[in-house]
Design a binder for this molecule. Structure first.
Ligand SMILES: Cc1cc2nc3c(=O)[nH]c(=O)nc-3n(C[C@H](O)[C@H](O)[C@H](O)COP(=O)(O)OP(=O)(O)OC[C@H]3O[C@@H](n4cnc5c(N)ncnc54)[C@H](O)[C@@H]3O)c2cc1C
Length: 171
């Protein structure tokens, strides 16, 4: 069989790439994954992440080299081994990188990785439950919801401080 594109690894990037390429029905795409299908309760159930993270069937279970500054301990470095890759670990969280990290990379010369350059892509990914704004997207394929848990420490802040924290959560 002939393919126009062969993608190795059906992780976060591989799945998105396959999805985008097959939007054009003329493209014949092969997507290879070393791990298993992720259509299992351990992935569907929020916070069952601890099961998949420690199961060699669903995780590569890498360890770092001994760290000299940590008494030569080897640190656990979990990496997903299934359709969806690392993002199939279901922690029910959606965390973006810190804007300052992107700015730091830009200052090293990676100007295409500045926060201004990556922000439109973050926005494009998501449909934010509170509606589109300067930082959040309103029509992307991934629904992202504001946590319904009331943050207890907000009760101890002044209105101004609360506004600032709310703004920081948005970013
Ligand atoms: C527990 C955990 C929690 C995380 N939480 C967050 C978060 O909240 N926010 C955030 O932004 N990021 C988070 N990350 C990081 C994020 O999930 C990863 O950065 C992202 O998924 C990496 O995507 P990727 O496509 O580069 O690689 P992966 O998703 O790792 O995909 C690589 C895929 O390739 C497969 N593969 C490897 N070798 C081969 C081979 N030879 N042949 C075929 N297939 C192969 C693997 O099995 C895997 O499925 C988290 C990661 C982990 C592990």
């Amino acid at each position: 069989m002939n393919y126009d594109y062969i993608i190795i690894g059906a992780g976060s990037a591989g799945c998105v790439l396959a999805n985008r390429l097959t939007e054009n029905s003329q493209n014949n795409v092969a997507l290879f994954e070393a791990g298993k299908p992720s259509n299992i309760w351990k992935v569907k159930m929020p916070l069952a992440i601890l099961y998949t993270m420690h199961d060699p069937k669903y995780n590569w279970k890498y360890y770092s080299e001994p760290e000299p500054h940590l008494h030569n301990r080897r640190l656990f470095c979990p990496r997903g081994k299934m359709i969806g890759g690392c993002s199939a670990h279901n922690g029910m969280v959606f965390v973006r990188g810190n804007p300052n990290d992107y700015q730091r990379w830009a200052s090293f010369g990676l100007t295409d990785w500045s926060y201004e350059k990556v922000l439109p892509y973050f926005k494009k990914i998501e449909t934010w439950s509170e509606g589109e704004n300067e930082f959040r997207g309103g029509s992307g394929p991934l629904p992202v919801n504001q946590s319904k848990i009331k943050i207890l420490y907000l009760k101890h802040l002044s209105t101004q401080q609360e506004k600032l924290v709310t703004k920081l959560i948005q970013i």
